[in-house]
Design a protein around this ligand. Sequence first.
Ligand code: MN
Length: 256
Amino acid sequence: MKNTAYFLSDVHLRIQVDDVERERRKELFLLLDHIKAEQATLFIVGDWFDFYFEYGHVVSHAYLDVFSKMKELVDAGIQIHFFGGNHDYWIGPFLSENIGVKIYTKPATIEFADKKFYFNHGDGLDPDDVGYHRLRSVIQHPLFIWSFKWLIHPNASHWIANRLSRGSRKKYGKETIVDKLNLIRKNYDFAEDRFAEGADFVVTGHIHYPKLKMFDDRVFLTIGDFLNYFSYGYFDGVNLSLKQWQVKQLEQRELP
Ligand SMILES: [Mn+2]
């Protein structure tokens, strides 16, 4: 095991697999092969899945290839740390017990290569977004999860998820660069508090806008996404940098 690591967020693997999604997965799996060959560690910082919900013995077949790819990496000795995002905080025992992924349902600090990495998907970092905080406390509540599992048929949940996903893509499309930069500034304030607590690196996602900023010798990184930027973080054992996976058939935005 080498002391190198890759950081991915906001891949938003779809439950409806069309041609674009197939191509995106092809690129993602090439990157995962690369991680496997390097024997690096993979940190997933939320929203890996666009919709994820485990019904006890039942998981979504849309992710069959993704599950087997993740298992392939784990079997090859790769550690996968998975922090849930607002699209996949219902991650459950299937990923940990059947695939061997280490899952985190809350933000956490992890020591890696003698450095302290603080991870937070990034939803809920805007203290002004009272409505979202309220929504999150409901949908993360065990009673809500229990009711969802036992009252909503899996096919119905996938239908709802598809509708919500299209809705959030429309909303996301309306967000301007100014909105994103405002969010990033709030992330900076948050990161400075984590640095004061001893973190060397603060890594988030959620904003879908890649940005790395140095605070003296500490580094804040918001990863971006694997939808438009195909951006990821890379830690070489000493330094954290922001990189882009060069895709062939898909449209790709330049790093800002
Ligand atoms: Mn998110």
